[in-house]
Design a protein around this ligand. Structure first.
Ligand SMILES: Cc1cc2nc3c(=O)[nH]c(=O)nc-3n(C[C@H](O)[C@H](O)[C@H](O)COP(=O)(O)O)c2cc1C
Length: 324
């Protein structure tokens, strides 16, 4: 399948693995890239630019295909060493960066001068148009269904994607709620050039996370996610657990007076305990509604091959026969 995204990124299939904190290590990124998609290392999971440089080198040993690095720009009083991370990406010869969070404008000249393609992930048409206007090469449009931060507009992909298609000139991928061939074909029909998946890629053999995380996703239904931190305008979709119930109880009790410090025990630094040690009640962790569509733990190649084969059957079979 050829789309503007496969052409832009030099990949075989229009499937991207979005950056994921404590999930997007070299093992997963290389497995997705080796399967013909685009794997992405999560920059900030590496505590320093030096460690990111090592992770990039490790990924390059595991694949000769293109892969990317995610750089998430968080609002922070003491920001991470972004110039250092950008330099590690440039020096590591990475040619694709997924940006997310705040406007990436400040970092675009350095990235683009080094021939790096930038895909900005955003949750509204407004932000997608902004990304286009500042020179991003593509956008990843993340609907309300998504795991992680869906923004504050709450527009599901059935509306958000065709709206993005109406407005954007640059290529875009559909993100949030994507799991299988049906997701891919629907995304293409709605005007996207491919799809980005997060939660689905956690439940794969190569994802370097604890087995209990994968099983929690397989066991979860589409009813099992919750939105936290909405009163702080930092909404995150997470899988429900005891810590999330506690957090939501604090939100109800404190109302508009809630501060980030009130929920630190449930959200700060909890990813290593959950992802690496499988302590499933340790805190809130991002997970999409799409968990309801995830029933197995295949290899990345099995998953991507299945998606592409079934997408072809859907297009050549069911859809074309509807036309008689
Ligand atoms: C566990 C987890 C961690 C994530 N961490 C990040 C992150 O650090 N930076 C980022 O830009 N997106 C992050 N995301 C969002 C994903 O890249 C992707 O946009 C999202 O998962 C798509 O929705 P889906 O889960 O329905 O596929 C994370 C998602 C999950 C599930």
């Amino acid at each position: 399948m050829k789309t503007r995204i496969t052409e832009l990124l030099g990949i075989e299939h229009p499937i991207i693995q979005g950056g994921m904190h404590y999930v997007g290590f070299a093992e997963l990124a290389s497995a997705v890239s080796n399967a013909g998609g685009l794997g992405i290392i999560t920059g900030l999971t590496q505590r320093t630019p030096e460690l990111l440089a090592k992770e990039i080198a490790r990924c390059r040993e595991l694949t000769s295909k293109p892969f990317g690095v995610n750089l998430t720009f968080l609002p922070s009083v003491t920001p991470p060493d972004y110039p250092g991370y950008v330099q590690a990406i440039i020096d590591g010869g990475v040619k694709i960066v997924e940006t997310a969070g705040n406007n990436p404008q400040k970092w675009l000249p350095a990235l683009r001068e080094n021939g790096i393609k930038v895909i900005h992930k955003c949750t509204s048409v407004r932000h997608a148009l902004k990304a286009e206007s500042i020179g991003c090469d593509a956008v990843s449009v993340d609907g309300f269904e998504c795991g992680g931060h869906p923004g504050e507009d709450d527009i599901p992909n059935m509306i958000l994607l065709p709206r993005a298609a109406e407005e954007l000139k640059i290529p875009f991928v559909a993100s949030g709620g994507m799991a299988d061939a049906r997701s891919l074909v629907a995304s293409l029909a709605l005007g996207a050039d491919g799809m980005n998946m997060g939660t689905r890629f956690i439940a794969t053999k190569e994802a370097p996370v604890h087995e209990r995380v994968k099983q929690a996703i397989v066991a979860a239904s589409e009813l099992d996610t919750r939105l936290v931190m909405r009163p702080l305008r930092n909404t995150e979709r997470v899988l429900k657990n005891e810590a999330v119930e506690r957090l939501l109880e604090k939100e109800r009790a404190l109302g508009a007076n809630i501060k980030f410090e009130d929920i630190l025990p449930e959200v700060a630094g909890v990813y290593p305990a959950i992802m690496q040690r499988g302590e499933m009640e340790a805190g809130a962790w991002s997970c999409g509604m799409v968990a309801g569509l995830i029933h197995d733990v295949p290899t990345c190649k099995e998953l991507i091959d299945r998606i592409m084969a079934e997408a072809e059957q859907l297009i050549r079979g069911r859809l074309s026969t509807l036309l008689g």
